[in-house]
Write a protein that binds this ligand. Structure first.
Ligand SMILES: [Zn+2]
Length: 164
């Protein structure tokens, strides 16, 4: 018994019905979505997408980090991405703690995380605005590329109506 047997069992079932072998690595809908690692988010399903349609970039809080920018550059120039949608969500754990809180919690377990920047989110709208600006003003991404953001409501399944 391994800790991952359930995954292999799930994959065996999946592979039996697999029908996507004709897809390429290019984003068929020209889209990249930056969203949170939250387990309640099904990015393809909630946006009406399917495998092959979009690049999905996920991290804690849907933050536009240097690594997200690096990945977007590759997605745009190599993999057919022409628009970017940033999608944080309600009830996000990153809005409930500060970086100091996280450092204190890990310290209790004997781990010093002070060299990590967690990019916790005191104000979700402000963080989203900031992250959109990071993409829009990146010197490495095409000027005028469509970039938008909205907050996904994990209770209703809807995107916030006023897009950023
Ligand atoms: Zn989250």
């Amino acid at each position: 018994m391994s800790a991952f047997d359930d995954l292999y069992a799930g994959n065996a079932k999946f592979a039996k019905k697999f029908g996507n072998s004709g897809l390429t690595g290019r984003a068929a809908r020209g889209l990249a979505v930056v969203t949170c690692m939250d387990s309640r988010i099904d990015p393809l399903g909630l946006l009406g997408l399917k495998a092959g349609d979009a690049k999905i970039l996920r991290n804690a809080g849907a933050r536009v980090t240097d690594d997200v920018l690096r990945t977007l550059v590759l997605a745009v120039y190599l993999l057919g991405v022409e628009r970017v949608f940033v999608m944080p969500h309600t009830d996000c754990g990153m809005t409930k703690v500060t970086d100091s809180d996280v450092h204190a919690l890990t310290q209790e377990r004997g781990v010093d995380t002070r060299s990590l920047e967690f990019r916790t989110v005191p104000d979700q709208n402000e963080a989203l605005r900031h992250d959109l600006v990071r993409i829009r003003t990146s010197p490495f991404l095409p000027e005028g590329m469509p970039v938008a953001g909205a907050i996904y409501d994990v209770r209703t399944g809807r995107l916030s109506s006023s897009p950023h």
